[in-house]
Design a protein around this ligand. Sequence first.
Ligand code: 13P
Length: 253
Amino acid sequence: MRKKIVAGNWKMNMDYNEGISLFSEIVNMVRDEKKGDQVAVICAPFIHLNSLAQLSSGVVKIGAQNCHQNESGAYTGEISAKMIKSTGSDYVIIGHSERRQYFAETDVLLSEKTTTALKHNLTPIFCIGETLDERNSGSYFQVIERQLTDGVFNLSAEDFSKIVLAYEPVWAIGTGLTATPEQAQDIHAFIRAKIESKYGVNIADDTTILYGGSCNAKNAPELFAQHDIDGGLIGGASLKSRDFTDIVKALNS
Ligand code: 13P
């Protein structure tokens, strides 16, 4: 059975004290709402990882938003997968569209980062998704397929079964424009079919595929009710404890 996950992505928000206070609220609220093996994750800026891990009481998992592809060395300003793991974090977002767009991260680079993250027992949340131009020109299925092929389909079946995918249409991120449940389900089913042709039906069935892009407490129940949508990657709404908790609750829909 694939895992149901709601992961918050705080992006470049929350100073040290703000982060601690928001996270403490989230832990207290999510504790009462999360069922069974559902997973809630907060992917925070690096400065927060260790202190949040101490406060998490196992209720909310911790993730980073990026890692370097190399193990260690002279890469001023960068953070390695091993360092992230040592803070008590379990997840790392790789290939967010903001990294692809503003930091010129390519599929090949992201594939290296994924391999390094797995080596250090971090679960990559690997993001894919098309831009508005790609959606309008009708090339989005090819774009998604290329991102999968070049980014993660080089992994062994064993390694692939450890990753989480997130479909985040770039045109829906931070814009208030959400993909309709049908649009999102369409792509999620396509992604699962591609996984099935590469790795077989069992791994395809067990892969968690999250939706991200203006997901909120109101639209989450309908999105999460889709057959191939296994939770969400949440930006803006993860900065409010009530909204984030309500999205976790929507996993029960
Ligand atoms: P919003 O939920 O703010 O649209 O952001 C989505 C996202 O980029 C999560 O990684």
